[in-house]
Structures are given as C-alpha cells and as structure tokens.
Design a protein around this ligand. Structure first.
Ligand code: SF4
Ligand code: SF4
Length: 109
C-alpha cells in the first residue's frame, strides 16, 4: 500500500493520526521536514497552503490548531485500508494506492 498526503491542502487537523489503527501518519511542523512521503512534486509542501482549504478551515474553532502542522504518511506500507482516515480528512488530501493499482482519495463526511 502506498499512502501520501497532498500537503498544501492539509489543514493539520490531526484526524488521520487520531483514527489510523496502524500509525501511518505523523504530524510535522510546517517548518520541518514535511516532504517525507511519496506525494508527487505538485503535491509536496513548498510553503503555500491551498487557498480553498485555507479559506474554508482557517479560524474554524473545532479544537484543532489549523495550518501549524502537516500530516506525513511515514508508514504507508502498514496501511490496512480500513478507510477511517478517508472520511475524516478535512483537507480531502489523503491518497491511498493499493497493490492492484486502485486509488482511493479522501472525502470529508
Ligand atoms: S485507510 Fe490506511 S492510512 Fe487510513 S486510517 Fe486506515 S490503515 Fe490508516
Ligand atoms: S486528516 Fe487530512 S487535513 Fe487533517 S491532518 Fe490528516 S491529512 Fe491533514
């Protein structure tokens, strides 16, 4: 299994880390080494939040400190495709590819 996060869209909400049963995700400060997973070049962190994601979630008071950290899929091969993260991701920015080439993209519910 290959898992990555489209970094500019990630709100830093922690949901993926909180729900993942096999510790695929780690939260890293936006000033840290965020580009450690397999996100393609266009989805790597270059210091700019996705404008639509930022507009939607910045300042939202839900107990999370938005846009201070990014999620990094440091342990993608351990993913068991439980899909928990795929419905919890505020930024709709998690991508999972299984070994048969199927691609799953998070949709916030
Ligand atoms: S689908 Fe994979 S990465 Fe997402 S919560 Fe489940 S095990 Fe973790
Ligand atoms: S759930 Fe989505 S938006 Fe929230 S920290 Fe994880 S990857 Fe980022």
């Amino acid at each position: 299994m290959d898992v990555y996060v489209e970094k500019p869209k990630c709100t830093g909400c922690d949901h993926c880390k909180d729900v993942c049963p096999v510790a695929v995700f780690e939260m890293i400060d936006v000033n840290g080494n965020v580009n450690q997973d397999s996100a393609p070049e266009a989805d790597q962190w270059k210091g700019q939040h996705d404008p639509a994601s930022f507009q939607k979630w910045n300042g939202v008071s839900d107990g999370h400190d938005h846009f201070k950290k990014k999620s990094v899929a440091i342990n993608g091969p351990s993913c068991i495709l439980c899909q928990a993260c795929l419905i919890e991701c505020e930024g709709e920015c998690i991508v999972i590819k299984d070994d048969n080439g199927n691609v799953y993209h998070s949709v916030y519910k």
